[in-house]
Design a protein around this ligand. Structure first.
Ligand code: HPA
Length: 268
């Protein structure tokens, strides 16, 4: 990891304190940054490559106005065969580079029946059903505690800021619980009924390991899900990855507009 950190520090003089992670079909935000420096993951020592379609796989440093921002465009997932350490590598590097706040975005299936395809959900909390935890194994006490508290994994202050901003901008933003499964198969209708019963509003295959690691390292976290499809069994149709990417493209403009306004507010 030291190699990755030194390499990145040598490439850019921008030292952002805030970062975003862009999920499936949501990479467009990175193109909006000014003074951009794009670094393909393949060029960063030790950085795992994303294989998922719709994930560009690059780290972008740039600015919104005067605010320095780091954007991970594309991430790796457990379903690609990567372990929890690889999945959280990027977040660890970002923390080492000085990032203190991080906004995670993802594509998710809508479980809550009041949600609609293309809607944005502010993640209030999560349920980890991935069967692994990135903090398993020896703990480095200099980074964070052995048993980190997760009672406010998604900063309440940030959520209030996001809700107020969405209201001001006329963007519909509902709050909900994100449940993470390992994937890569989508859920069965029976699984979706189960997930609804246990209190989940949206379902996806990412974000949770990264959020755990970010909390462990004392970062402030915000999470946004884009409802790319209604979850299995809700509508009389099958789920396919193309639909997921298509919806990502549909809400892109709204999400970009929202994030451009949101990041400076969070940084205040
Ligand atoms: N299930 C799991 N992950 C997802 C979905 C879904 O329906 N849509 C986008 N990511």
């Amino acid at each position: 990891m030291t190699d990755a950190i030194e390499y990145l520090q040598s490439l850019t003089s921008i030292r952002p304190k805030i970062a975003v992670v862009l999920g499936s079909g949501l990479g467009g935000f990175a193109e909006e940054l000014s003074d951009r420096r794009e670094i393909p993951y393949t060029e960063i020592p030790g950085w795992p490559r994303s294989t998922a379609i719709g994930h560009a796989g690059k780290l972008v440093f740039g600015r919104i106005g005067r605010l320095g921002v780091a954007a991970m465009s594309g991430r790796v997932h457990l379903y690609e065969g990567y372990g929890p350490q690889a999945v959280t590598f990027g977040v660890r590097v970002l923390r080492a580079l000085g990032i203190e706040s991080i906004v995670f975005t993802n594509a998710a299936g809508g479980i809550n029946l009041t949600l609609e395809r293309g809607g944005l959900v502010l993640i209030s909390d999560h349920i980890n059903l991935q069967g692994s935890n990135p903090l398993m194994g020896p703990n480095d006490d200099s980074i964070g505690p052995r048993f980190p508290d997760m009672s406010e994994a998604y900063s309440k202050e940030y959520r209030e800021t996001a809700k107020a901003l969405a209201h001001e901008m006329g963007i519909k933003l509902t709050e909900g619980v994100y449940v993470a499964l390992s994937g890569p198969s989508y859920e069965t209708p029976a699984e979706i009924r189960f997930l609804r019963t246990i209190g989940a509003d949206v379902v996806g295959m990412s974000t949770v390991p990264e959020v755990i690691v970010a909390n462990h390292m004392g970062m402030k976290v915000l999470g946004l899900s884009c409802v790319t499809n209604m979850a299995a069994g809700i509508l009389p149709q099958k789920i396919n990855h193309e639909e997921v990417l298509e919806t990502g493209a549909m809400v892109r403009d709204t999400l970009v507009r929202f994030m451009k306004a949101l990041l400076p507010r969070l940084a205040e």
